[in-house]
Write a protein that binds this ligand. Structure first.
Ligand code: ADP
Ligand code: MG
Length: 580
């Protein structure tokens, strides 16, 4: 074996592999260049799956004749001047690698003119070999044409998916850039057919409508947050609408689309207990941070970033999402038009179904939940305003389970179990937060035995459970006794719910620290115990329930993310009866 240096052309093809994964990567790099050049008109023309032709034209600043040959050299860029610039990158590109990489795996032609030159310049390249630039007539701006992509690396061609898949990747690329650059006109044509045409708009809502369509965009509301130089803004779907995958989770850092685990985690944490398992929200999030606080030089295709103060960013994002949702839940209404959320999906909870009436359980039900005076709102003002729920006109109760009301829009149905669960959950959260978890001692401790492994795990978590209001003590061997439970829960048998909480703890393993997420999961389990069966409510009880929903946060969803209420507008009702 002898070691040899690779030839330049081989080096650039290897490097191209990182940047140019598929036709959509070419579109991404070229459109980024157009944006960096200050264009506000960008049109993309694609033929086949992008392998026959990709042409990107812009009306940006253009490349002067004397620079055009240099632009396609590797590591040639006009965007970094000195080393320290790398620490404060304000452009989308900076690596100086895109044009040379694309040129090394395709047949490329550049046509460009700047404002200050009468004539434009043209440069043709094939397999990375430069032709001579020539002077030609050209409009101001730049057009880059890429033909026969990957003709020199057939292996890469084999990995491409069907033309429609490649095209949808291209369209995703343009959609993302369009969301963060609403002042730019984007157009995508495929084989002579216009697929997208996003005219310039000063309102982000309009761009959302153009890109995401009226159904998804219509379910979203604006939110904002952040502190100091970290600014957060965007649109999020109010809790009732959700989607079966995360494709509408779009985050941008300083206008650059990124896939960032920290941001995604923070967004989902903001939605904690508001979405059913396996459901995702739609969020378009713009994060602005000082250039020096974020490293964008992490990934060849620049999809990832690294923050200097990760946890600060995380908390700011989670907080902004949370408070946006909190505000939205106070004014619930008909924001969803997609109706996708009505479809059943699996819900994270035990096997006990909502449903059948059981007389015994009526006794289990204690009136604490109806005493609205025990609910303390963090800021007093919120409770005073007449809220959405208490302004509903109560029409009656249905099947011992639903409350039927007239709302301003039409008809509202409330699932009383889901409502009770959320109320119990929020009360419990408040008491924990304020450090005054009220407990009730059980007259007779409830003793239960566990298999050895689970007993060991429970032993580790006794402090954590105490924090949630459950006093559990060892009772000799692998037995334990529940001595007290949160006062806001009805009297009853807590051994089953305790077993389910232990199963949840066993998943986490050994630790004595209760994370926020774990705590919420346990609280959700505990609250499911609150009410199980149907119960006839008096009108006063219904009214008290509605008032309480106005006083708590996130009244629109039960802690498993199921809706607490569903509203039908007059026009929806008319449509159902074929009146319109
Ligand atoms: N559409 C364009 N308009 C104006 N200049 C461009 C355009 N595309 C590329 N350039 C010039 O070519 C250079 C090299 O582009 P590229 O290889 O993508 O590297 P980078 O974007 O990282 O600088 C850019 O720095 C820019 O000066
Ligand atoms: Mg570039």
């Amino acid at each position: 074996m002898s070691i040899r240096l690779l030839s330049d052309s081989l080096i650039s093809r290897i490097a191209a592999g990182e940047v140019v994964e598929r036709p959509a990567s070419v579109v991404k790099e070229l459109v980024e260049n157009s944006l960096d050049a200050g264009a506000n008109e960008i049109s993309v023309w694609v033929e086949g799956s992008g392998t026959s032709l990709i042409r990107v034209s812009d009306n940006g600043g253009g490349i002067p004749f004397e620079d055009i040959a240099l632009a396609v050299e590797s590591h040639a860029t006009s965007k970094l001047k000195e080393e320290s610039d790398l620490l404060k990158i304000a452009t989308l590109g900076f690596r100086g690698e895109a044009l040379s990489s694309i040129a090394s795996v395709s047949k490329m032609e550049l046509l460009s003119r700047t404002q200050n030159h009468e004539m434009g310049s043209r440069l043709r390249l094939e397999g990375g070999k430069n032709g001579e630039p020539t002077m030609v007539g050209s409009p101001v701006g730049t057009t880059v044409e890429v033909r026969d992509l990957f003709y020199s690396i057939p292996a890469r061609r084999k990995f491409l998916k069907s033309p429609s898949t490649e095209l949808s990747h291209i369209s995703d690329v343009i959609n993302r850039m369009a969301l963060s650059h609403s002042h730019v006109h984007f157009r995508l044509d495929h084989a002579g057919k216009t697929l997208s045409d996003y005219v310039v708009t000063s309102r982000l809502e309009d761009r959302l409508q153009q890109v995401l369509g009226p159904d998804v965009a219509g379910s979203m509301v604006p939110f904002a947050g952040g502190h100091g130089p970290v600014k957060i803004s965007g649109y999020l779907s109010a809790a009732p609408s959700s989607f079966s995958n995360s494709r509408y989770l779009l985050s941008f850092v300083n206008q650059r689309f990124v896939r960032d685990k920290i941001i995604t985690h923070a967004i989902l944490q903001g939605y904690e207990t508001l979405l059913m398992k396996g459901r995702y929200p739609a969020v378009v999030l713009f994060l602005t941070v000082p250039f020096g606080e974020v490293d964008v030089n992490v990934h060849p295709a620049k999809f990832e970033v690294r923050f200097r103060k990760q946890s600060e960013i995380h908390d700011a994002v989670a907080g902004a999402v949370r408070s946006g949702l909190k505000r939205e839940a106070k004014e619930p209404g008909l924001k969803t038009s997609s109706g996708e959320w009505l479809l059943p999906t699996n819900v994270r909870e035990g096997p006990v179904p909502y449903g059948t009436v059981s007389r015994d359980s009526l006794q289990l039900f204690r009136n604490d939940l109806f005493r609205s005076d025990t609910v303390e709102t963090p800021s007093g003002a919120q409770g005073i305003r007449k809220g959405f729920f208490s302004s509903l006109t109560i029409l009656g109760q249905l099947l011992g389970c639903y409350i039927v009301c007239q709302s301003q829009e039409g008809m509202a149905l409330i699932d009383q179990h889901a409502a009770h669960e959320r109320i119990a959950f929020e009360k419990m959260r408040l008491q924990i937060e304020q450090g005054k978890m009220e407990r009730q001692d059980l007259l007779i401790p409830q003793v239960f035995e566990l298999p050895f492994a689970e007993a060991a795990i429970l032993g580790q978590w006794l402090g954590g459970l105490e924090h949630l209001g459950f006093t559990v003590e060892g009772f000799g061997g692998d037995s334990f006794a529940i001595k007290a439970v949160p006062a806001l829960f009805p009297a009853g048998d807590y051994r089953d719910v305790m077993r389910r909480m232990i199963a949840e703890l066993a998943e986490v393993g050994h630790s004595t620290e209760l994370s926020q997420e774990l705590q919420e999961r346990l609280m959700t389990l505990a609250c499911h115990n609150v009410i199980r069966a149907n119960r006839i409510l008096t009108r006063e009880e219904i009214y008290a329930l509605l008032e309480m929903l106005d006083e708590i946060d996130f009244a629109t969803q039960c802690p498993h993310g199921r809706p607490v209420f569903i509203e039908f507008s007059q026009s929806q009702l008319e449509r159902m009866f074929k009146r319109s």
